[in-house]
Design a binder for this molecule. Structure first.
Ligand code: TRP
Length: 374
């Protein structure tokens, strides 16, 4: 069976290094590994609209930002199909049929949806104390639309962060249900999580659990060298490490978490040859006598080494915006053909393809016979 990747992001802002270590870096590796027959990378604007009805322009503006981030991080349009979700109307059609295979109760149990309802302030008693008018139906149903995204391309592999696990599980349920009610045309996807645990959820520069634009604790792929340096030097470390001589804590220390996610032994050889590995550095920090500023400077060098080529590619791409839109237009055209093929198989399995020539002939004959006897 062909191995097919589908994944994507909501275009609600520029991508940050949490996105990068959590999924983008892996996607590029998977692309370059040549192990997959097809790779689809989707800018999920329609999904973003499900909880941004009050700010659709934000979604619209960020499509190009995400495309620039994708391509500068190494996604290559000659090897991966980059497309915009809303341009594939077949996806909404599939969603409507899948809606019949899922209960409201099942959606209500989806842990990510549950959490997002609170976070977005859609619930009546939300944490933020905001008063939003309730849960948009489209938002509530987005796991079903995500199942459409995945199955339309017969994806076998979905590389995403662990917050997306419930979506993949729901997709698998929908596939099993569809295939058993109708005919086995859909493919059950597998999730592909980041292999490195620290990469699954990179904390913000302030040590908070997640990078988020509203908290202002992100390092963006598009940040300048100086912005990155400032953010690193202002990072949260170990509050108990007051004097340089104090023993330090590595667990929960954001600077070390970032090093876990980014640094490899080559970085020591290049930037800090006094240490051979991250373990040696950690040991010294734990013993005491190692100041935070030194470690931050090292982290800055590591991050700059990783981000500089991305930044340079972005600068080049920004000079040719029409090219980037052309990539998306072409990709959307290709994606649409594939989704249309799956939709036609789905409709055939559901026997709602009344006007296909063979179906029409037998349907006409069958119904004529029924009425001819009267
Ligand atoms: N829900 C994903 C996110 O918030 C975006 C997304 C939409 C997606 N459709 C998808 C991811 C299909 C993987 C597969 O980032």
């Amino acid at each position: 069976m062909a191995r097919i990747i589908l994944t994507g992001d909501r275009p609600t802002g520029r991508l940050h290094i949490g996105h990068y270590v959590g999924s983008l870096r892996r996607r590029v590796e998977l692309q370059n590994s040549g192990e997959f027959d097809k790779i689809y990378i989707m800018i999920a604007d329609a999904q973003a609209l499900t909880d941004n009805a009050d700010n659709p322009e934000k979604v619209r503006q960020n499509i190009i930002e995400v495309a620039l981030d994708y391509m500068s991080a190494g996604l290559d349009p000659s090897r991966s199909t980059l497309f915009i979700q809303s341009q594939i109307s077949e996806l909404t059609e599939l969603t409507f049929y899948y809606m019949d295979l899922v209960t409201v109760q099942r959606l209500q149990r989806n842990p990510t949806v549950k959490q997002e309802i609170l976070l977005r302030g859609f619930a009546e008693n939300n944490d933020a104390g905001e008063n939003r008018p309730g849960i948009p139906v489209g938002f509530f149903c987005y796991p079903i639309s995500q199942a459409a995204d995945i199955t339309a391309f017969k994806a076998t592999t979905v590389p995403v962060g662990e917050d997306q696990e419930p979506m993949i599980e729901q997709t698998r349920e929908i596939v099993r249900k569809f295939n058993s009610v109708y005919a086995p045309v859909l493919v059950e996807p597998e999730i592909l999580l980041p292999d490195n645990c620290v990469c699954r959820r990179l904390p913000g520069t302030d040590g908070k659990a997640k990078m988020s634009k509203s908290l202002g604790n992100c390092i963006y792929l598009a940040d300048s060298e100086e912005e990155v340096r400032k953010k690193v030097m202002g990072m949260y470390t170990d509050p108990l490490h007051v004097q340089v001589s104090d023993p330090g804590h590595v667990e929960g220390n954001t600077v070390f978490t970032y090093l876990d996610a980014f640094c490899h032994p080559g970085h020591f050889a290049e930037f800090w040859p006094e240490y051979a590995s991250l373990d040696e550095l950690k040991d010294h920090y734990r013993r005491g006598g190692l100041g935070d500023v030194k470690i931050k400077k090292f982290l800055n060098s590591v991050l700059q080494a990783e981000l500089a080529p991305i930044r340079e590619r972005r600068k080049e791409l920004e000079k040719d915006i029409p090219y980037v839109y052309e990539v998306l237009r072409k990709g959307s055209g290709q994606a649409r053909e594939v989704a249309a093929q799956t939709l036609s198989e789905v409709k055939r399995a559901m026997r709602i393809n009344y006007f296909d020539a063979d179906v029409l002939a037998s349907l006409t004959a069958e119904q004529s016979e029924k009425y001819s006897g009267r």
